[in-house]
Design a protein around this ligand. Structure first.
Ligand code: 9D3
Length: 241
């Protein structure tokens, strides 16, 4: 998988591309990452990438020239990457969308800044993605979110076992609580079932915890989950532990 980003802040990506999982994935040649400077595709003595909005109003708008020039130059050079515009108006990112993107050979993530991007840029990308209903300062952090989520699904990047667990996200439940040593911490004990060695009981406890927690915190997710009679009973009781 090749990740390409088009941005006026290529330095933004230096550390994220150079540490941790992305670093290892690149060392193993499973992934490549590069940030392309939008300013390199801007004309004029100032190489400016923004302009004042037609019709008036606050702030600046990204001008279409440099972005489309960059897209038209890079698209054939980079092996026809899937072109994504990061924008608050895009399709909300989901694990389903992440899986879909993971099937692409190469992604080109276009980051906006300022108050927005000239509407005509939309005709030159394949899709538009948002990472959630809150306001960021630009598309850079959103591009990193997409890369971070997609790279986990590239075969060989994350351990086999964990990548199978990935699919259980489609189960749409929050995870059960996790514990490690010590057995007691600041007066808080590990639930005794986890020390029992009874794997069937542990699995039941975890499933119940996951259901209760999802019911409490993310009832929207629970709506899509198929529940057994016993599981419905657990939620009806809605006790703790
Ligand atoms: C004042 C109107 N703003 C829209 C809510 C303008 C505006 C603010 C921030 C336009 C763009 C941005 C920068 N955001 C992104 O580029 C962005 C983003 C986001 O803000 N939230 C969630 N996902 C994304 S993807 C790109």
């Amino acid at each position: 998988m090749h990740f390409h980003v088009l941005t006026i802040f290529p330095e933004f990506f230096t550390a994220p591309f150079a540490v941790s999982l992305l670093k290892k994935a690149q060392e193993k040649n499973l992934v490549s990452c590069s940030a392309h400077n939008l300013r390199d595709y801007a004309a004029g003595p100032h190489r400016s990438t923004d302009d004042t909005p037609y019709g008036g109003g606050q702030g600046m708008v990204m001008t279409p020239g440099p972005i489309v020039n960059a897209l038209e130059t890079l698209y054939p050079q980079l092996g026809q990457p899937w072109r994504i515009l990061l924008s608050p108006q895009g399709t909300p990112l989901s694990q389903r969308k992440v899986s879909e993107l993971a099937t692409k050979e190469a992604l080109l993530l276009v980051c906006g800044r300022y108050e927005g991007i000239d509407e005509r840029v939309r005709a030159f990308v394949d899709e538009e993605i948002s990472v959630g209903d809150y306001i960021l300062n630009g598309g850079e952090v959103a591009a990193l979110v997409v890369i971070d989520a997609v790279v986990r699904l590239v075969p060989g990047v994350v351990g086999r076992k964990e990548s199978v667990e990935e699919e259980s996200f489609c189960d749409d439940l929050l995870e059960h609580p996790h514990y490690t040593r010590p057995e007691e911490f600041r007066g808080l004990s590990v639930p005794s079932v986890l020390l029992s060695g009874n794997h069937a009981e542990i699995a039941r406890w975890r499933r119940r915890q996951a259901l209760l927690r999802t019911h409490d915190r993310r009832p929207d997710l629970l709506a899509r989950v198929h529940l057994s009679a016993e599981e419905r009973q657990w939620l009806a009781e809605k006790s703790d532990e």
